[in-house]
Design a protein around this ligand. Structure first.
Ligand code: GRG
Length: 296
């Protein structure tokens, strides 16, 4: 297996090349899509996809389009989340948000363009496997994992509950729903998609599913903790927004100490789940440890 930074470099080398050429009248749209893709980010989701595919013996080259499509979807969600009608943020990934640079109308279109392009990238891949039934099935599953996780029973559903969150009673049940869907779904999807592309067996998939579910939840708990006590300069966006907006998150419903305990127990649970696949899983256990202590 490669290192996190090696997978990340592979993604960053290809990412923008997946934006289609456009008519000169649509040049600003293309530029605004590229702007948000290129301003940085950890690339956690696509790295997970490549690493899972690689771990299960699949081809990184075949997995790359799905990894990039997923980063397109994640980036669209950040652009739309930053809009005045949602979180109204001026800064993302340490740079002005898309609508601050290109205006609200163009930012909405950039998000739409990224989501649609992600679907185009994945359907184009399917066309390459029409004559290979097993690969066609594996790739269709991977595309479905990704697009379903971003949908109304995944990220968009979670975002819906989050938008209404300020007006609802703060309960752990509500936070569990929001965070499992708004954030967790898009972290679990690459794990499944990478394993499906590699044709992994059911037992491996089930241990990794448990790993991904716990890792996704841990990621969100750490995001909630960072929103209270993180460093804005390192995170690259304004902190304290949830509390200011009256939104409940884990740090709010549980308190910081209990949220930290939850983060630790989820991290240990994720590591235990993936270790069920064997001792060659350090990439994934180290990633869980790294996310537990992340500052950005
Ligand atoms: C607009 C449909 C729609 C959904 C938005 C992404 C999202 C859903 C909301 C963002 C709000 C937020 C801060 C959620 C916490 C988890 C999260 C998605 C953090 C950002 O992801 P990172 O830390 O970002 O992986 P980078 O910049 O590293 O890619």
């Amino acid at each position: 297996m490669l290192s996190y930074d090696e997978y990340k470099a592979m993604i960053e080398n290809k990412l923008v090349s997946f934006i289609p050429e456009v008519h000169p009248y649509a040049a600003t749209l293309r530029e605004s899509m590229a702007y948000s893709l290129e301003v940085g980010g950890k690339r956690l989701r696509p790295v997970l996809l490549l690493a899972c595919c690689d771990y299960a013996g699949g081809s990184i080259e075949e997995a790359l389009p799905y990894a990039c499509a997923l980063e397109f979807i994640h980036t669209y969600s950040l652009i739309h989340d930053d809009l005045p009608a949602m979180d109204n943020d001026d800064l993302r990934r340490g740079h002005p948000t898309n609508h601050k640079v290109y205006g609200e109308g163009m930012a909405i279109l950039a998000g739409d363009g990224l989501l649609n392009t992600a679907c185009e990238i994945m359907s184009a891949q399917l066309q390459s496997y029409f004559s290979d039934h097993d690969k066609l099935v594996a790739h269709a599953k991977a595309g479905y994992d990704i697009i379903r996780s971003a949908g109304v029973n995944g990220m968009i559903g979670g975002q819906c509950a989050d938008v209404e969150n300020e007006t609802k009673e703060a309960t752990k049940e509500l936070v569990d729903y929001i965070e499992a869907n708004k954030t967790g779904a898009l972290i679990a999807a690459p794990v499944l998609a990478g394993l499906h592309i590699a044709g992994a067996d059911d037992e491996t998939i089930s241990h990794f599913e448990e790993y991904a579910r716990k890792l996704g939840q841990a990621f969100q708990v750490s995001d909630d903790i960072l929103d209270v006590e993180g460093d804005e300069a390192l995170i690259g966006k304004r902190i304290g927004k949830d509390l200011e907006a009256g939104k409940c998150n884990y740090a709010y419903v549980l308190g910081l100490d209990e949220a930290k305990e939850m983060l630790h127990s989820l991290t240990e649970g994720a590591k235990a789940a993936v270790r069920m696949c064997g001792e060659d899983t350090e990439f994934f256990t180290q990633l869980a440890d790294r996310l537990e202590i992340r500052k950005a």
